[in-house]
Design a protein around this ligand. Structure first.
Ligand SMILES: Nc1ncnc2c1ncn2[C@@H]1O[C@H](COP(=O)(O)OP(=O)(O)OP(=O)(O)O)[C@@H](O)[C@H]1O
Ligand SMILES: [Mg+2]
Length: 280
């Protein structure tokens, strides 16, 4: 990754843009016409997505609708069959031509993903987990990486846990370390894939609070989540996906109170009323 000022305690290649939530900032990411098939199954059909600096985009939709595949495509973990992904400052990739290795690496540099399960290395301490990417992949000096990691752990209230192993942490603490590990890569864009869906209910709030604080600080993010109260509070735009297409997009209030499409309405109904009590 191109860290332009290696001496800076706050990585200058990425990070928050400062209180831009809701503002129509500069475009950071433009994805257009993304398509992807696995064998005969077309999972993404011409997905268009614009993310401005400082914006929070929330992606909702039923299981199998393609949400994870969108995030993985943006992060270079999945290669679309067609379409284009353009980041301000590069890369600008047209997937109708073979993907060059350096473009794929460049794509992976721009964003960092937080998964449903934290995916921490079990045999490494919290600190070692956080500095792994910066030191091994980005070739950041170890002492600098440690200082940055400690500042980030402190930020989420976990500095005292720096030398323990993941199994010694609660699920919520592990997930917060997962978030710190993503932040330590100094990405331009944070991608969250259902970051709280594997947590016990009482741990969900702590993790969502951290994500909301990052949003308030101006981090740019795409979040797959069905925590509608979080989306209501944090999202600038909500996208509803179904069957590999974005069926509807609007601000959270409009989406949740007055969805335009029947499919959106049905989906929101199922989330808000999982037992279908009114049909009993
Ligand atoms: N590597 C793969 N090989 C084959 N099929 C895949 C692969 N990854 C995803 N799929 C299929 O693509 C479709 C979309 O998957 P995706 O994980 O993007 O959905 P999702 O919206 O994230 O669902 P969920 O809410 O369950 O996480 C699913 O039908 C899934 O089975
Ligand atoms: Mg998924």
């Amino acid at each position: 990754m191109s860290r332009t000022d290696p001496s800076s305690p706050v990585p200058s290649a990425g990070g928050p843009v400062g209180g831009a939530s809701g503002a129509a900032g500069e475009v950071l990411l433009q994805a257009s016409g993304l398509s992807k098939s696995f064998g005969d199954l077309q999972v993404l059909r011409s997905i268009d997505l614009t993310v401005r600096k400082g914006e929070v985009v929330v992606l909702i939709g039923p299981s199998g609708s393609g949400k994870t595949t969108v995030l993985r495509s943006l992060n270079g973990l999945e290669v679309p069959d067609g379409g284009r992904i353009e980041f301000a400052g590069g890369p600008d990739i047209d997937f109708s031509t073979p993907l060059r290795k350096r473009d794929r690496f460049a794509l992976r540099d721009r964003s960092a993903m937080v998964f449903q399960q934290h995916n921490l290395f079990p045999h490494k301490t919290v600190l070692e987990n956080v500095i792994e990417g910066p030191v091994q992949v980005q070739k950041v000096r170890r002492d600098q990486a440690v200082a940055e990691a400690e500042a980030l752990l402190d930020r989420v209230g976990l500095l005292e846990k720096r030398d323990v192993y993941p199994h010694q942490l609660s699920g919520g603490q592990q997930q917060r370390v997962g978030i710190v590990r993503a932040l330590a890569l100094a990405p331009s864009l944070l991608l969250f894939d259902e970051p709280t869906s594997a947590l016990d209910p009482e741990l969900v709030g702590d993790v969502l609070t951290v994500i909301k604080e990052l949003a308030d600080e101006g981090w740019t993010m795409v979040v797959v989540t069905h925590e509608l109260s979080f989306a209501q509070a944090a999202a600038d735009e909500v996208l509803f996906m179904d069957g590999g297409v974005i069926v509807e997009r609007s601000g959270p209030r409009e989406m949740f109170t007055n969805p335009r499409h029947e499919r959106t309405r049905q989906f929101l109904d199922r989330i808000l009323n999982p037992l279908h009590e009114d049909e009993a």
